[in-house]
Structure formats: structure tokens, C-alpha cells
Design a protein around this ligand. Structure first.
Ligand SMILES: NC(=O)c1ccc[n+]([C@@H]2O[C@H](COP(=O)([O-])OP(=O)(O)OC[C@H]3O[C@@H](n4cnc5c(N)ncnc54)[C@H](OP(=O)(O)O)[C@@H]3O)[C@@H](O)[C@H]2O)c1
Length: 282
């Protein structure tokens, strides 16, 4: 059993959410895996990872259905995050997209609704769409994803744009570009970031430096990669795991303390950016 409770992160609304949540990309794509995916999410909830991130895009709605099955009967324990596709992010498009998502999720409301990435529709229109959804009670808060500093500056300058509660972005040992740009920008404004692909979709796990730190502290490479992101107390981290073993392992990453020595070894293998760099995305 995990030793430490999951730390909470405060959103600008004042609400707190667990720092370690669960991702769902690639879930809901294969009927054969459905049972295992639902069980993995359920176990994650039992272990306190009650923030669940999904999107209308994942499995063309299939991931939202998996989430709906996993949270059935326990909606009040869950902080549910879903995302609208950029092409649906017009005022009318957002209402329809959100209603479809809610139907798949089997819920009345989404706790946090994100614009998945920015495309052609004007930000002001998307903000108006979020405000309409808030008024209708279909969402409780809204945010964005894959926004760099310039996009965020533009957003918060719009009427109502400063209601944004998070920016969900790519961040892991191999993808540190935000450390000198978006991250300090968000910290100054008390907007917590949400780190996606914290183990680089598994690609990080073969890295020799990561494996050597993991062997030294008797942890797994995935746990070290997660512990490294979780050391930033204002960062929400959402690994995706569809096996029981991975869920348990990831939850236990919160029990790992990386020493200065470990952090220095990881910095040598994955150097921090020298200055501000553009946001990376998948
Ligand atoms: N906003 C965006 O544009 C965006 C983009 C990407 C991702 N996301 C969100 O962020 C979530 C996480 O990112 P991600 O899914 O791209 O990548 P990730 O969480 O870095 O990696 C997921 C992969 O790692 C494996 N894994 C998980 N725990 C493991 C462990 N302890 N040991 C070994 N392998 C492990 C998973 O396998 P199993 O499934 O077999 O357990 C899966 O193949 C997504 O699911 C999604 O919700 C958002």
C-alpha cells in the first residue's frame, strides 16, 4: 500500500485536486482491452488518483465511455477533465461537443473542460463558449492545452480570459523546454500546469541514466520519471496506465524521494534548457 497521501494542488478557483491523476489516451480503442482499462482506472480511483483526464478525441469518444464505466456510481469522488477539439471550439460547436461528451461519460457535468489545442477559431469565441457552458452548468471550470506563453498572454488579456485554471502541456525529463518560459510565467500567475506524457509514452523507460538512478534507489524507471515531475508541488501529473501493475507502480512513485545526487545525475543526462524555448507537443 502507498505510504504517503496524494498531495493536493490548488486551482485558481480555490478548489484543490490530487497532484497525481490518470490519463486515458489510447483507451477505448479496442473492445478486447476494455475490461482491463476500466479496472485499471477503478483501482487508480481507489488509490486516490481521482483526477481523470480524457478527451472527445481519444478513441473517437471510446475513452470517455471507458471513463464513464469506471466512475459510474461514484461521480462525486472524481475530478473529471475532458477536452474539446479545436474544430468544435466555436460557441455552438462547444455546446454540442460537450453534450456528446457528457452522454458518453454518463454525467451531468465536467469539472474542467479544456481546449485541446489552438487552431483557427478565435480565442474570444471559445472563451464565450466556455462561459455559456458554465452558465448552463455543463462544466465547472475551463482551461487550455498546448498553449505557449504567447497564447496564454493573448488569452488572459481577453475579457473573461483570466478565468483559465490550467494549461495542459508536454513535460517530462526529455521535454524540459517549458522550464524557462511557460513554467515561470504560470507560477507568477498561480496557474498550475498539468504535465502530460510524463514518461514520454514509455519511450523514456529504456534510458540508461534513468535506469541507473532507478536501480540505485530500488525503484522502477517509470517511478523515477514520475517522481521527478512530482517534485514540483504545483504541477499536476497524469500518467496513463491500463494495467493493474502499472497503476500500483505509478501511485507508489509518490513515496520516492529523489536525492540531490539523483537529481544531478538526471540533470546531466537530461540537461535543463539554457533559456526560454518554444513549447513542445506530441
Ligand atoms: N493535451 C494533450 O495534447 C495530450 C497529449 C498527450 C497526452 N495527454 C494526456 O496525458 C496522459 C498521459 O500521457 P500519455 O498517455 O501520452 O503518455 P504517458 O503517460 O507518458 O505513457 C503512457 C504509456 O506508458 C505505459 N506505462 C504507464 N505506466 C507505466 C509503468 N509504471 N511502467 C511501464 N510502462 C508504463 C502505458 O502502458 P499501459 O497502458 O500498458 O499501462 C502507456 O503505454 C494521456 O493519457 C492523456 O490523458 C494529453
Amino acid at each position: 500500500m502507498p505510504k504517503r497521501p496524494i498531495p493536493m494542488v490548488k486551482l485558481p478557483s480555490g478548489e484543490t485536486v490530487p497532484q497525481l491523476g490518470q490519463g486515458t489516451w489510447r483507451m477505448g480503442e479496442s473492445p478486447r482491452k476494455r475490461r482491463e482499462e476500466v479496472e485499471a482506472l477503478k483501482l487508480g480511483i481507489e488509490l486516490g488518483m481521482t483526477l481523470i483526464d480524457t478527451a472527445e478525441m481519444y478513441g473517437s469518444g471510446g475513452a470517455e465511455e471507458i471513463v464513464g464505466e469506471a466512475i459510474a456510481g461514484r461521480r462525486e469522488e472524481i475530478f473529471l477533465v475532458s477536452k474539446v477539439l479545436p474544430d468544435n471550439a466555436s460557441r455552438a460547436g462547444m455546446i454540442a461537443a460537450c453534450e456528446w461528451s457528457l452522454a458518453r461519460l454518463g454525467c451531468d457535468f465536467i469539472d474542467l473542460y479544456l481546449l485541446h489545442w489552438r487552431r483557427d477559431i478565435k480565442l474570444a469565441e471559445t472563451v464565450a463558449g466556455f462561459e455559456a457552458l458554465l452558465r448552463e452548468g455543463l462544466i465547472r471550470s475551463w482551461g487550455v492545452s498546448n498553449f505557449d506563453v504567447g497564447d496564454m498572454e493573448e488569452l488572459v488579456a481577453l475579457p473573461g480570459g483570466d478565468a483559465v485554471v490550467t494549461d495542459q502541456v508536454l513535460y517530462n525529463l526529455q521535454r524540459r523546454s517549458i522550464e524557462k518560459g511557460l513554467m515561470p510565467w504560470a507560477q507568477r500567475r498561480n496557474i498550475p500546469l498539468m504535465a502530460y506524457s510524463p514518461i514520454e509514452q514509455g519511450r523514456l523507460l529504456r534510458d540508461p541514466a534513468l535506469n541507473s538512478v532507478a536501480a540505485r534507489i530500488r525503484a522502477t524507471p517509470a517511478q523515477v520519471a514520475l517522481a521527478w515531475t512530482l517534485r514540483r508541488k504545483d504541477l499536476i501529473v497524469i500518467p496513463k496506465a491500463s494495467s493493474i501493475a502499472h497503476v500500483k507502480e505509478n501511485r507508489a512513485a509518490l513515496d520516492i524521494e529523489l536525492s540531490d545526487n539523483d537529481l544531478a545525475a538526471l540533470d546531466r543526462a537530461f540537461p535543463p534548457p539554457a533559456g526560454p524555448q518554444p513549447l513542445e507537443f506530441l
